[in-house]
Write a protein that binds this ligand. Structure first.
Ligand code: OGA
Ligand code: ZN
Length: 440
């Protein structure tokens, strides 16, 4: 029986093994041109990969071959991709291997023989690769060129966050009504925010609950021991140093959780007291600098975990984190630090002095003018930042001189990246897909 894909593709494309389809659709000139027709070539149809992303055709396929281990694709731009046979079988988009509606995988590694190999590998067109497997009862696997190129692991695409910046970056100005009412502006804003790690949105109305309104426009707001939304103001009986008028040295929020939230939104309702300036510093940029210039400090901060604890009448949370978290290639991807909730350090006595000195150096660099950003939020402004990258803080303020009130909430980074991909999918502009989540 023919699969959906065969029906889609075979009827108008001339099969051309190991080379791109060069012949035109005969019905345009009825074959009278004998192959020299100048009539417009039909667009070859692209196999359905059961994937909602529109992968750009960075290049088309010129030739394919295979050996005992891999299928090799030579692209028109002369790059080469190699895919292992088992990997290709596992990612076959045929309906028996990937559900056409859920788009989730049905075939398991246990269904795929370790020595699986193709019987034939064919370029049905310059954008469609077909593999017949050298086994009974296996579906034909058809792959789209854009999908293959996007998932090519021959090049080092899999290393998360390869950009290694060495100073804090400055975002574009952004406005509440644009971000809230225009999906195109939300997309532009999110992309800028994901690049710089922070943003200030101006022009928010003088209303409560706007941090969670912006949060809900992005994705699922994440509740915590501080509530669905929290009020940052000087309180008579504060459960956190944040709810005093004291200064807050640079920190990340919630390292007492096993997964600290990725994005924090702080909406300024009032800030007319003397002081209360906001502070930001790019922890990943500082970590990159430590890796390059203080490798021993970097090694300690990225290998030794430290404990954090938050306790009040309603909860007692603790968790451990490395202050600099790296991926498998030792690229720093997250930072964790809160002086307020750091539990007593418990490192091996042999390294305790070095660890404390390393922390001190890290904190000093964070305050270096290359990294430290100081700004005073006005009523109607929102500070949004990546809580796992940017450390934030504030200068003390004098409550006898005026008021200071922020409302805030959190989202996980997965929500932000999902929204970004959705907006790119809907806009049809997915030339440069939203970044992969960093992984360790
Ligand atoms: C916080 C915090 C910053 C501020 O609530 O965690 O860091 O400007 N607040 O008050
Ligand atoms: Zn904070």
């Amino acid at each position: 029986m023919k699969t959906r894909h065969e029906i889609n593709t075979r009827h108008e494309i001339t099969t051309d093994t190991f080379g791109p389809a060069t012949k035109h659709a005969r019905d345009r000139c009825n074959g009278a041109c004998k192959g020299n027709c100048r009539c417009p070539q039909p667009e070859p149809s692209r196999p359905d990969m059961a994937d909602l992303t529109r992968y750009p055709l960075v290049s088309t396929m010129r030739a394919v071959s295979f050996d005992d281990a891999v299928v090799t694709i030579t692209w028109e731009d002369d790059t080469i991709s190699r895919f292992h046979h088992g990997w290709l079988r596992e990612n076959s988009p045929d309906p028996a291997s990937r559900h056409p509606h859920s788009r989730e995988r049905l075939v398991s590694p246990l269904d795929i023989p370790a020595d699986i190999r193709p019987k034939s590998v064919t370029l049905e067109s310059s954008v469609a690769l077909a593999i017949s497997w050298d086994l009974e009862n296996q579906p034909v696997s058809r792959f789209d060129a854009g999908w293959l190129r996007a998932h090519c692991y021959t090049r080092h695409r899999f290393i998360a966050n390869p950009t290694r910046h060495h100073a804090s970056l400055t975002p574009q100005p952004a406005y509440w009504s644009a971000v809230m009412h225009s999906d195109a502006m939300l997309r532009v804003w999110l992309r800028d925010y994901l690049e710089t790690g922070w943003s200030v949105i101006s022009g928010a109305p003088d209303e409560h609950d706007l941090s969670t309104r912006l949060g809900a426009r992005i994705g699922v707001v994440r509740s915590s021991n501080f509530g669905f939304q929290f009020d940052v103001m000087s309180k008579a009986v504060p459960i956190s140093n944040a709810y005093t008028a004291s200064d807050l040295p640079l920190h990340t929020d919630m390292p007492h959780y096993e997964l600290p939230p990725g994005t924090q939104i702080l909406h300024c309702l009032r800030n007319d007291a003397v002081g209360g300036e906001s502070l930001l510093s790019d922890g990943i940029a500082v970590a990159n600098l430590m890796r390059d210039h203080h490798p021993e400090v970097f090694r300690l901060l990225s290998q030794v975990s430290v404990p954090f604890r938050f306790q009040d009448a309603d909860g007692d949370y603790n968790s451990r984190h490395r202050i600099i978290e790296c991926d498998a290639a030792q690229n720093p991807i997250f930072v964790n630090w809160s002086n307020s909730t750091l539990a007593p350090l418990d490192a091996d006595p042999e390294i305790m002095p070095q660890l404390r000195a390393a922390i001190r150096l890290f904190l000093e660099y964070l305050q270096d003018p290359r990294f430290l950003i100081t700004l005073k939020l006005n009523a109607g402004q929102m500070l949004v930042f990546d809580n796992r990258r940017m450390l934030h803080g504030r200068k003390s303020f004098d409550p006898t001189t005026g008021g200071r009130h922020l409302q805030g909430c959190y989202l996980d980074t997965s929500e932000v990246l999902s929204r970004m991909r959705m907006l790119e999918r809907d806009s049809g502009e997915q030339e440069d897909p939203a970044p992969e989540p960093a992984f360790i």
